[in-house]
Design a protein around this ligand. Structure first.
Ligand SMILES: Cc1cc2nc3c(=O)[nH]c(=O)nc-3n(C[C@H](O)[C@H](O)[C@H](O)COP(=O)(O)O)c2cc1C
Length: 151
């Protein structure tokens, strides 16, 4: 059975809702899934160990600059220590398209995944608001990941 780790940083619960929906779809597809709030993770070392896939989601809180959600920042500073090499990775974010850097965490996570030798298995998911605002997009994203883990 494939194993997936979902890590998210979320202030008002929007990215969290996406993470939870992804977890539900993956679990339903037979993927053993662990979901963790970045706020509860103290060290990034070897986080990915034992998982086939690492799915990361984060909101942004800057204006002109990209500012990752605060709980996710310590992880982002240690991407290179997460053990992403050879792992399947996908990124997701909740955001507000009136901001200049809409869901920019997706770009940050995808760049870090490439730099650290991971393979991206789904196009990054950007959601305006919560999972319930774009249920089909979230489900399709999660299904794509489930398919990538089955192959
Ligand atoms: C001060 C401020 C800055 C924000 N900056 C961005 C941004 O740069 N890009 C974006 O897509 N959304 C931005 N947002 C919107 C939040 O990221 C959005 O509300 C998101 O759904 C919050 O997700 P969360 O509940 O998972 O933290 C900003 C919101 C505020 C209040």
């Amino acid at each position: 059975m494939s194993r997936a780790l979902i890590i998210y940083g979320s202030t008002t619960g929007n990215t969290e809702s996406i993470a939870e929906e992804i977890e539900a779809v993956l679990s339903g597809a037979g993927v053993e899934t662990v979901i963790r709030n970045a706020a509860d993770i103290s060290a990034a070392e070897n986080l990915a160990e034992g998982f086939d896939a690492v799915l990361m989601g984060c909101s942004c809180w800057g204006d002109e600059e990209i500012e990752l959600q605060e709980d996710f920042v310590p992880l982002a500073e240690k991407f290179s220590e997460m053990g992403l090499k050879g792992k399947k990775v996908a990124a997701f974010a909740s955001g507000d398209s009136s901001y200049q850097h809409y869901c920019a965490a997706v770009d940050v996570i995808e760049a870090a995944a490439r730099e650290n030798g991971a393979s991206l298995i789904a196009e990054g998911l950007r959601v305006e608001g919560a999972a319930s605002d774009a249920p089909d997009d979230v489900r399709n994203f999660a299904q794509k990941i489930a398919e990538a883990l089955a192959s």
